[in-house]
Design a binder for this molecule. Structure first.
Ligand code: C2E
Ligand code: CA
Ligand code: CA
Ligand code: CA
Length: 279
């Protein structure tokens, strides 16, 4: 039994070494990914429950890796945050979103807003706001077409710096959204202090909103809280008609999830919106 234990242990460390090697390799690949244009944005529509129209999309990054195929954010974003490469990736995301908005001019998609995800690490970049302003300007895109999604820790950590960055962004006319609301921190004081436009209810509440009393109560309370603070509410991860009906009956503003559409490449979105077909 002891031998077997040792073998297992050895196997485990080898596995760990392999993973570490794979991680280092991936991190090296990340340095070339931008230059070689390997990132793409996929877009997931947000359905406006007031008028039944798609009026915005969330941009979700993918990495078309030359050997490993299409990688999801979980495979490389945490790594990029550790190594600091996330700063350049974030700038690329903003640029790619603005270029897409520019390309949509004169098409049925020209009214769409794009929401991009930025992590706390990206806000540490003191030139981020200048970069966003310049990128909007160069692409001749109105700031209100762009929304920035931030998770709660941004409102809790490094408050002074983040507040000033976010206030400057808001002054440009960019919308600010709180992502994954309800899972991170219990403090609500930041809702008072930060200039936020949109609150996104995390999928973990929506998943059981029609089957669990607690989740239904929390979801209704969050919708009311947001509305009373003058914010719009987006429900994330909507997968069933029942969830959609629940959210509609409690006046949630927008819904996003596989029921409406998975995240899709720009071409698929263009086609679906042009023909009015299901995405
Ligand atoms: P998130 O911002 O909370 O994005 C929502 C995630 O849920 C996306 O996963 C989306 O594909 C998935 N999703 C959407 N609807 C449904 C649904 O109905 N059911 C289920 N089960 N899932 C749904 P994805 O694309 O893998 O992104 C994961 C996370 O990676 C994002 O979570 C975000 O935190 C991060 N991320 C994505 N793109 C970027 C980016 O450009 N920059 C940064 N910093 N982070 C990003
Ligand atoms: Ca998000
Ligand atoms: Ca989210
Ligand atoms: Ca998330």
């Amino acid at each position: 039994a002891k031998d077997r234990g040792r073998n297992c242990y050895q196997f485990y460390t080898e596995g760990m070494q392999e993973r570490e090697v794979a991680r280092l390799e991936l991190d090296k690949d990340l340095t070339h990914a931008l230059a070689q244009d390997e990132f793409v944005l996929h877009f997931q529509p947000q359905l406006d429950l007031d008028n039944g129209e798609i009026n915005g999309v969330e941009a979700l990054i993918r990495w078309q890796h030359p050997r490993r195929g299409l990688l999801m954010p979980i495979d490389f974003i945490p790594l990029a945050e550790e190594s600091g490469r996330i700063t350049d990736i974030g700038r690329w995301v903003v640029l790619a979103a603005c270029r897409q908005l520019a390309r949509w001019k004169g098409t049925p998609l020209e009214h769409l807003r794009i929401a991009v995800n930025l992590s706390g690490r990206e806000l540490d970049d003191p030139h981020l706001v200048d970069h966003i302003r310049d990128t909007l300007e160069i692409n001749d895109v109105p700031a209100r077409r762009l929304e920035i999604e931030l998770t709660e820790e941004i409102f809790i950590q490094n408050i002074e710096c983040n507040l000033s960055q976010l206030t400057r962004l808001r002054e440009l006319g960019v919308h600010l959204a709180i992502d994954d609301f309800g899972v991170g921190y219990s403090s609500l004081g930041y809702l008072r202090d930060f200039p936020v436009d949109v609150l996104k209810i995390d999928r973990s509440f929506i998943s059981n909103v029609t089957t669990r009393h607690d989740d239904a109560v929390i979801t209704r309370a969050v919708i009311n809280l947001a509305h009373n603070l003058g914010m719009q509410v987006v429900a994330e991860g909507v997968e069933t008609e029942q969830q959609l009906n629940f959210l509609r009956s409690y006046r949630c503003n927008l819904v996003q999830g596989y029921l409406i559409s998975k995240p899709v490449p720009a071409e698929a979105l263009n086609q679906a919106m042009a023909t009015g077909a299901e995405i």
